[in-house]
Ligand binder design. Structure first.
Ligand code: PAF
Length: 282
């Protein structure tokens, strides 16, 4: 596995791979890799001849300075995991490489970003769309792999690909969970023992909501109230939102739409760490 540090190096490599007729798979990450990321890399290795993983803690998508400062950074350990998973090139740029000058372009994804993460983290999806566009341009991938734990991010990137005609296939992969149900996340490393012990309650709340949806609970708001109440009953957890939404538009549901999948999404703080999770009920 080769390690590339500059945008120019990645661009030159991508041009070469394209000339050679190789299929390029891109796995963009912020590092502190876990099994969820490695499954994306393995899938890319099965479906493409070149796998580019990127590790860049992107400052423009953080709306909280502490979250950016404390985000785990483990590039050596990450590199050791990537090579055996089938990664052929790791792109590890500096902030100066990715942002030689402040960006002025602003993305607006309309209703898609006025809810959930977009509503609670102002500017977050502008930063995501900016860095993802840069990475698409530099690596010219045929396929790009994202985890469904970031359900709204997948929807935003899908819109980005369509609106800007990026010639690539977006591949979304199911959330990978710990044995007790906690969704794998790089931020889990920051949970202390007490917070880690109660963290599975987030997924339990989503499972409770899923059961209520499947059982034909009268209204989305009844599901929301019951599941949010269950999660928030744990004193160590501060629930930021619990949404019962249309899985395509991500807009909150006021009544059931027969035949349309339902997204159950939450964000919560525990032990100073903010976590998100979701379940889609089809
Ligand atoms: O999901 C992430 O880790 C990040 O949002 C991404 C897609 C790598 C962009 O910085």
């Amino acid at each position: 596995m080769e390690i590339l540090h500059t945008a120019a190096e990645l661009q030159a490599r991508a041009e070469m791979w394209r000339r050679e007729g190789r299929r390029i798979g891109l796995v963009p990450t912020m590092g502190a890799l876990h099994e969820g990321h490695l499954q994306l890399v393995r899938a890319a290795a099965r479906e493409c001849n070149v796998v580019v993983a990127t590790i860049f803690v992107n400052p423009t998508q953080f709306n909280n300075a502490d979250d950016f400062r404390l985000y785990p950074r483990l590039p050596e350990a990450d590199a050791a995991l990537l090579a055996p998973a089938g990664c052929t090139a790791l792109f590890l740029p500096t902030v100066e490489q990715m942002y030689p000058q402040p960006t002025v372009l602003r993305f607006d994804f309309g209703p898609l970003e006025r809810v959930m993460e977009g509503a609670h983290r102002p500017g977050h999806f502008n930063g995501v769309a900016t860095i993802v566009s840069k990475l698409f341009h530099l690596s010219c991938p045929h396929r790009a792999y994202f985890g469904q734990k970031d359900l709204q991010q997948v929807a935003i990137v899908r819109q980005l690909v369509a609106d800007l005609s990026f010639d690539l296939k977006l591949v979304a992969f199911p959330t990978v969970r710990e044995a007790d149900g906690l969704a794998m996340s790089s931020r889990n490393r920051r949970l202390d023992a007490a917070a880690r012990a109660v963290a599975p309650r987030l997924y339990q709340g989503l499972q409770l909501a899923e059961e209520l949806v499947r059982a034909g609970q009268a209204t989305p708001s009844a599901v929301q109230t019951a599941a949010a109440g269950f999660v928030a009953a744990e004193p160590q957890i501060t629930l930021e939102y619990f949404e019962v939404a249309d899985a395509h538009t991500l807009q909150p549901l006021t009544e059931w739409q027969p035949g349309r999948p339902v997204a159950l999404c939450l964000a919560a703080h525990l032990g100073g760490v903010r976590l998100i999770d979701n379940v889609v009920v089809s």
